[in-house]
Design a protein around this ligand. Sequence first.
Ligand code: GLV
Ligand code: MN
Ligand code: MN
Length: 409
Amino acid sequence: MSPFPNNLAEAIEWLSSYGAVPDGGVTRTLYSKPWKEAQQVLKEWMEELGLQTSYDPIGNLFGRLASKDSMAPTILVGSHIDTVLSGGKYDGAYGILAGILALKHFKEHQGHPKVNLEVVSLCEEEGSRFPIACWGSGMMTGIYCIQDINGFRDSEGICFEQAMKEAGFGIGEQPDVVRSDISAFVELHIEQGPSLERLQKSIGIVQSIVGQKRFRITVKGEPNHVGTTLMKWRKDALLGAVTMIHDLYGLTKEYDEDFVTTVGQLFVEPNVPNVIPGQVEFTVDARHPVNSVLSIFCEQFKRQFLEIAQKLGLEIGIEIWHNVQPVQMDAKLQQIVQTICINSNISYHVMNSGAGHDSQLFARMCPTALVFVPSQGGISHSPSEYTSNHDLETGLSVLIQLLHRLAYK
Ligand code: GLV
Ligand code: MN
Ligand code: MN
């Protein structure tokens, strides 16, 4: 194992070696071997820094700098350890590593806080292994329960429960993960879009996070011989899926420019050149800041999909597996971050987030702050994801000042 890091830049590189893939990206999906190793190495580092560590029953990892007041609530700071497939080094990791370094700073320079300060490495946010996103924060906030994973399998057929158990978690009947002592959640994250860079601002103060709905669409036709089945006799599931996807994007363009939809995953069966596709499964991810607009859109595209299926003689199943409403971040915390930026001469921009975050779930439970630093070229969920050390350090200094204000004053 490489030595524990001394600063943010080293920490980002160090953590990215757990799950590093040849294209320069990081693949660290929930409960996988690199995921487990990364959680474990973070735990060891937290312990070396003198934080009290613990896992909850599903694998969220905590490092605590305790208050002397045993009745004091807890301010939680952190983000998620999992990545998309071949993702970047910064998404999620930055918020955890900055949280650890902030607590290190307080331990060395400030002593016991008035309230408990805890850094969390949340076990899952992306939804890239199983069809559930924000599993870690969803369980902590009581928005999800353990039954929500029933029947989930990854692309290799491994069931969620088995993966969790193999990683050493999910043992026992109904793991109780909900925390009732959290008085605030603070997440520092890369922007994942181009606004801050284009506006030449160092900090993004998030006002609201868009709503998100994700669906799994299953289109069933009839696999058959490609040479002997005339075009008019076919029930081609892929033709159906392609027509639906084309219509979906057409419909999206009829809405305002904040409306975004994506088909990011598609499985064709049997996926061979000389068999008419018998079944296609694909995902739809739809996002917008206004929930009613998002709902109307989803009803509309579902109607259109059904019509297409009927016209082509196909069967269709539409299942929603992720449904998060738009949420506002805490106004008072936004104000504090703004004051910190003004007093420290740091440029800032008040903005919305088009990406989903664990903050979205915590905001339903406690005052929550989401703070961004710029992403070079607005690129994220890619090996090219990059934020300069200077910007990372600026974010950390704002985080330290915010936590100091909340936990020591
Ligand atoms: C998470 O990164 C998401 O917005 O999909
Ligand atoms: Mn993230
Ligand atoms: Mn992400």
